[in-house]
Design a protein around this ligand. Structure first.
Ligand code: FES
Length: 166
């Protein structure tokens, strides 16, 4: 028994085939686009080399700039940040400049009355040199630390983490 395909069936099959092909052409790239960040290699744990020589670091905190590429979903940009870096014996310490009260930027010796403390000008927040928040001022926790190291004699900065000096 021969099965004949009617003109209507042929058209239906043809349209379904073409429609499926077109739908796949639209949906597959969208799926890939939506999931793309999941397949990106993460650069976690990588250290950023700064332009400051480790031998220049003293017991006095100095501002050390660094920049890195930030991937925000599909948008990549270069971000510039800095750390307060000082030497404690043989160890180099890097502290975050972000105030733990409301996120303003702290400065070293920014208050004439407290030359050996970090000062936050937004609400007169203060921190000791090791990042410990001074009781009686608005911040409720110590400044974060950065991973820090050296590479070819230059200071390197890594991930930020909760203060472990205190
Ligand atoms: S933001 Fe620093 S004291 Fe308020």
């Amino acid at each position: 028994m021969s099965q004949k395909v009617t003109r209507r069936q042929f058209l239906n099959y043809s349209l379904m085939g073409v429609g499926s092909f077109m739908a796949a052409g639209i949906i597959l790239p969208m799926g890939r686009f939506a999931l793309d960040p999941l397949f990106q290699d993460q650069a976690e744990g990588s250290m950023i080399t700064t332009s400051v020589k480790a031998e220049e670091i003293t017991e006095e905190p100095v501002k050390v700039d660094f920049s890195f590429d930030q991937q925000d979903a599909w948008y990549e940009s270069e971000v510039t940040d800095f750390a307060w870096v000082y030497r404690d014996g043989e160890e180099i310490i890097a502290l975050s400049p972000v105030c733990k009260h409301l996120g303003c930027t702290v400065t070293w010796a920014g208050d004439d009355a407290n030359p050996n403390r970090f000062f936050c000008p937004c609400h007169n927040g203060m921190y000791e040199k090791n990042g410990q928040n001074v009781p009686g001022t608005p911040p409720r926790g110590p400044l974060d630390q950065f991973e820090v190291g050296t590479s070819d004699g230059y200071v390197t900065i890594g991930e930020r983490f909760a203060n472990e000096i205190i």
